[in-house]
Design a protein around this ligand. Structure first.
Ligand code: GDP
Length: 216
Protein backbone atom coordinates (compact mmCIF):
# COMPACT_ATOMS: atom_id res chain seq x y z
CA UNK A 1 0.00 0.00 0.00
CA UNK A 2 1.26 3.45 -0.83
CA UNK A 3 0.60 5.37 2.38
CA UNK A 4 -2.56 6.62 3.98
CA UNK A 5 -4.32 9.89 3.37
CA UNK A 6 -3.41 11.80 6.51
CA UNK A 7 -5.45 14.77 5.46
CA UNK A 8 -8.42 12.65 6.49
CA UNK A 9 -8.49 12.50 10.26
CA UNK A 10 -9.22 8.81 10.73
CA UNK A 11 -9.90 9.44 14.39
CA UNK A 12 -13.17 11.15 13.57
CA UNK A 13 -14.44 7.82 12.24
CA UNK A 14 -15.75 5.11 14.44
CA UNK A 15 -13.35 2.25 15.11
CA UNK A 16 -14.10 -1.41 15.63
CA UNK A 17 -12.35 -4.31 17.32
CA UNK A 18 -11.57 -6.98 14.73
CA UNK A 19 -9.46 -9.62 16.43
CA UNK A 20 -7.59 -10.73 19.54
CA UNK A 21 -4.33 -12.44 18.65
CA UNK A 22 -2.94 -14.91 21.21
CA UNK A 23 -0.15 -16.21 18.92
CA UNK A 24 1.54 -15.17 15.69
CA UNK A 25 -0.43 -17.59 13.50
CA UNK A 26 -3.65 -15.71 14.32
CA UNK A 27 -2.38 -12.34 13.04
CA UNK A 28 -4.49 -10.73 10.30
CA UNK A 29 -2.81 -10.75 6.88
CA UNK A 30 -0.15 -8.05 6.57
CA UNK A 31 -1.43 -5.02 4.68
CA UNK A 32 -2.30 -1.77 6.41
CA UNK A 33 0.29 0.14 8.44
CA UNK A 34 0.04 -0.74 12.12
CA UNK A 35 0.68 1.42 15.15
CA UNK A 36 0.85 -0.36 18.50
CA UNK A 37 0.54 0.65 22.15
CA UNK A 38 2.50 -0.91 24.98
CA UNK A 39 2.73 -0.18 28.68
CA UNK A 40 2.67 -1.58 32.18
CA UNK A 41 -0.69 -2.84 33.44
CA UNK A 42 -2.80 0.06 34.67
CA UNK A 43 -0.73 2.70 32.83
CA UNK A 44 -3.94 4.00 31.21
CA UNK A 45 -3.54 2.29 27.83
CA UNK A 46 -7.19 1.35 27.31
CA UNK A 47 -8.31 4.79 28.45
CA UNK A 48 -5.91 6.43 25.98
CA UNK A 49 -7.09 4.29 23.03
CA UNK A 50 -10.69 5.07 23.94
CA UNK A 51 -9.95 8.80 24.22
CA UNK A 52 -8.04 8.89 20.93
CA UNK A 53 -10.95 7.34 19.10
CA UNK A 54 -13.60 9.10 21.16
CA UNK A 55 -15.16 5.72 21.97
CA UNK A 56 -15.52 4.87 25.60
CA UNK A 57 -16.02 1.14 25.25
CA UNK A 58 -13.55 0.30 22.45
CA UNK A 59 -10.57 -0.99 24.44
CA UNK A 60 -11.52 -2.66 27.65
CA UNK A 61 -10.41 -0.57 30.62
CA UNK A 62 -9.20 -2.01 33.88
CA UNK A 63 -8.26 -5.28 32.22
CA UNK A 64 -8.05 -8.04 34.73
CA UNK A 65 -4.34 -8.70 35.09
CA UNK A 66 -3.62 -12.31 34.31
CA UNK A 67 -6.39 -12.80 31.77
CA UNK A 68 -5.55 -14.12 28.33
CA UNK A 69 -2.78 -12.03 26.82
CA UNK A 70 -3.59 -10.96 23.29
CA UNK A 71 -2.73 -8.35 20.71
CA UNK A 72 -6.03 -6.57 20.12
CA UNK A 73 -6.63 -5.18 16.64
CA UNK A 74 -8.77 -2.12 15.89
CA UNK A 75 -9.55 -0.64 12.48
CA UNK A 76 -11.78 2.19 11.26
CA UNK A 77 -15.31 0.96 10.70
CA UNK A 78 -16.22 -0.20 7.22
CA UNK A 79 -13.01 -2.18 6.77
CA UNK A 80 -13.63 -5.03 9.15
CA UNK A 81 -13.17 -7.71 6.55
CA UNK A 82 -16.68 -8.44 5.30
CA UNK A 83 -16.23 -6.09 2.38
CA UNK A 84 -12.71 -7.25 1.62
CA UNK A 85 -11.48 -3.66 1.67
CA UNK A 86 -8.05 -3.09 3.18
CA UNK A 87 -8.29 -0.71 6.13
CA UNK A 88 -6.15 2.45 5.89
CA UNK A 89 -4.44 1.54 9.15
CA UNK A 90 -4.77 -0.56 12.29
CA UNK A 91 -4.23 0.20 15.96
CA UNK A 92 -2.84 -2.65 18.04
CA UNK A 93 -3.31 -2.80 21.79
CA UNK A 94 -0.49 -4.91 23.17
CA UNK A 95 -0.98 -6.83 26.40
CA UNK A 96 0.11 -4.94 29.52
CA UNK A 97 3.29 -5.97 31.31
CA UNK A 98 4.87 -5.60 34.71
CA UNK A 99 2.08 -7.09 36.77
CA UNK A 100 3.95 -8.08 39.93
CA UNK A 101 2.00 -11.27 40.58
CA UNK A 102 2.22 -12.58 37.02
CA UNK A 103 3.43 -16.18 36.93
CA UNK A 104 6.77 -16.78 35.22
CA UNK A 105 5.19 -18.76 32.34
CA UNK A 106 2.90 -15.83 31.59
CA UNK A 107 5.79 -13.38 31.47
CA UNK A 108 7.65 -15.76 29.14
CA UNK A 109 4.56 -16.10 26.94
CA UNK A 110 4.18 -12.31 26.84
CA UNK A 111 7.81 -11.81 25.87
CA UNK A 112 7.62 -14.44 23.13
CA UNK A 113 4.42 -13.09 21.59
CA UNK A 114 5.58 -9.49 21.75
CA UNK A 115 9.10 -10.13 20.51
CA UNK A 116 7.87 -12.38 17.67
CA UNK A 117 5.44 -9.64 16.69
CA UNK A 118 8.01 -6.85 16.91
CA UNK A 119 10.58 -8.74 14.88
CA UNK A 120 8.24 -10.31 12.36
CA UNK A 121 5.79 -7.60 11.43
CA UNK A 122 7.06 -5.53 8.52
CA UNK A 123 3.96 -3.32 8.52
CA UNK A 124 4.44 -2.24 12.16
CA UNK A 125 5.37 1.42 11.84
CA UNK A 126 5.66 2.59 15.43
CA UNK A 127 5.10 1.50 18.99
CA UNK A 128 3.92 4.05 21.54
CA UNK A 129 5.25 3.06 24.95
CA UNK A 130 3.08 4.54 27.66
CA UNK A 131 4.62 5.68 30.94
CA UNK A 132 2.56 6.73 33.95
CA UNK A 133 3.59 10.31 34.77
CA UNK A 134 3.41 9.53 38.48
CA UNK A 135 5.87 6.65 38.27
CA UNK A 136 8.27 7.51 35.43
CA UNK A 137 10.35 4.90 33.60
CA UNK A 138 10.65 1.63 35.56
CA UNK A 139 12.95 -1.35 35.10
CA UNK A 140 10.42 -3.34 33.09
CA UNK A 141 9.87 -0.35 30.81
CA UNK A 142 13.63 -0.32 30.18
CA UNK A 143 13.40 -4.03 29.30
CA UNK A 144 10.71 -3.25 26.76
CA UNK A 145 12.85 -0.43 25.30
CA UNK A 146 15.63 -2.99 24.90
CA UNK A 147 13.28 -5.42 23.12
CA UNK A 148 12.26 -2.63 20.75
CA UNK A 149 15.86 -1.57 20.13
CA UNK A 150 16.81 -5.19 19.45
CA UNK A 151 13.89 -5.62 17.06
CA UNK A 152 14.73 -2.22 15.48
CA UNK A 153 11.13 -1.02 15.75
CA UNK A 154 10.68 2.73 16.04
CA UNK A 155 9.06 3.72 19.34
CA UNK A 156 7.99 6.88 21.08
CA UNK A 157 7.27 7.47 24.74
CA UNK A 158 3.91 8.86 25.79
CA UNK A 159 3.40 10.04 29.35
CA UNK A 160 -0.09 9.25 30.66
CA UNK A 161 -2.19 10.68 33.50
CA UNK A 162 -0.33 14.00 33.50
CA UNK A 163 -3.35 15.50 35.30
CA UNK A 164 -2.14 13.56 38.35
CA UNK A 165 1.10 15.53 38.67
CA UNK A 166 1.77 19.26 39.03
CA UNK A 167 1.81 21.07 35.67
CA UNK A 168 5.31 22.41 36.43
CA UNK A 169 6.57 18.85 36.83
CA UNK A 170 5.67 17.83 33.27
CA UNK A 171 8.57 19.55 31.40
CA UNK A 172 11.02 18.21 33.99
CA UNK A 173 9.66 14.67 33.61
CA UNK A 174 9.93 14.99 29.83
CA UNK A 175 13.60 16.01 30.18
CA UNK A 176 14.35 13.16 32.60
CA UNK A 177 12.65 10.69 30.27
CA UNK A 178 14.54 12.02 27.24
CA UNK A 179 17.81 11.60 29.15
CA UNK A 180 16.95 7.91 29.69
CA UNK A 181 16.42 7.18 26.00
CA UNK A 182 19.17 9.37 24.55
CA UNK A 183 21.41 6.43 23.71
CA UNK A 184 18.64 4.12 22.57
CA UNK A 185 18.84 3.61 18.81
CA UNK A 186 15.17 3.03 17.99
CA UNK A 187 13.68 5.62 20.36
CA UNK A 188 12.04 8.67 18.80
CA UNK A 189 13.77 11.68 20.38
CA UNK A 190 10.63 13.41 21.65
CA UNK A 191 8.23 12.58 24.46
CA UNK A 192 4.50 13.29 24.33
CA UNK A 193 2.52 14.21 27.45
CA UNK A 194 -1.14 13.21 27.68
CA UNK A 195 -4.11 12.99 29.98
CA UNK A 196 -7.10 10.93 28.85
CA UNK A 197 -9.02 12.39 31.72
CA UNK A 198 -8.49 16.01 30.63
CA UNK A 199 -7.99 15.43 26.90
CA UNK A 200 -4.49 16.92 27.05
CA UNK A 201 -2.01 16.03 24.32
CA UNK A 202 -4.47 13.85 22.41
CA UNK A 203 -4.47 15.92 19.23
CA UNK A 204 -0.65 15.87 19.13
CA UNK A 205 -0.69 12.10 19.59
CA UNK A 206 -3.31 11.62 16.86
CA UNK A 207 -1.19 13.66 14.45
CA UNK A 208 1.94 11.71 15.41
CA UNK A 209 0.14 8.39 14.87
CA UNK A 210 -1.13 9.36 11.42
CA UNK A 211 2.36 10.55 10.41
CA UNK A 212 3.97 7.37 11.75
CA UNK A 213 1.43 5.22 9.89
CA UNK A 214 2.29 7.14 6.78
CA UNK A 215 5.96 6.29 7.23
CA UNK A 216 6.91 9.72 8.63
P1 GDP B 1 -4.64 -0.14 31.28
O1 GDP B 1 -4.55 -1.28 32.24
O2 GDP B 1 -3.29 0.36 30.91
O3 GDP B 1 -5.53 -0.39 30.10
O4 GDP B 1 -5.26 1.10 32.12
P2 GDP B 1 -6.74 1.70 32.14
O5 GDP B 1 -7.00 2.51 30.94
O6 GDP B 1 -7.70 0.61 32.49
O7 GDP B 1 -6.58 2.74 33.36
C1 GDP B 1 -6.16 2.33 34.64
C2 GDP B 1 -6.71 3.30 35.69
O8 GDP B 1 -6.16 4.61 35.48
C3 GDP B 1 -8.24 3.48 35.60
O9 GDP B 1 -8.73 3.61 36.91
C4 GDP B 1 -8.40 4.78 34.84
O10 GDP B 1 -9.58 5.46 35.16
C5 GDP B 1 -7.19 5.57 35.29
N1 GDP B 1 -6.74 6.53 34.25
C6 GDP B 1 -6.47 6.26 32.96
N2 GDP B 1 -6.09 7.38 32.30
C7 GDP B 1 -6.13 8.38 33.19
C8 GDP B 1 -5.84 9.80 33.12
O11 GDP B 1 -5.48 10.37 32.09
N3 GDP B 1 -5.96 10.50 34.29
C9 GDP B 1 -6.36 9.92 35.46
N4 GDP B 1 -6.44 10.70 36.53
N5 GDP B 1 -6.64 8.61 35.55
C10 GDP B 1 -6.54 7.84 34.44
Amino acid sequence: MSGIDISEDLFTRSWVFIRGVPAMKFLPPEGPPEVAFAGRSNVGKSSLINSLTGQKGLARTSNTPGRTQELNYFVPDGFSGETGDIPPMALVDMPGYGYAQAPKEQVEKWTKLVFDYLRGRATLKRVYVLIDARHGVKKNDEEVFSLLDKAAVSYQIVLTKTDKIKAAGVPRLIDETLAKIRKRPAAFPAVLATSSEKGAGLEELRTAILLAANGG
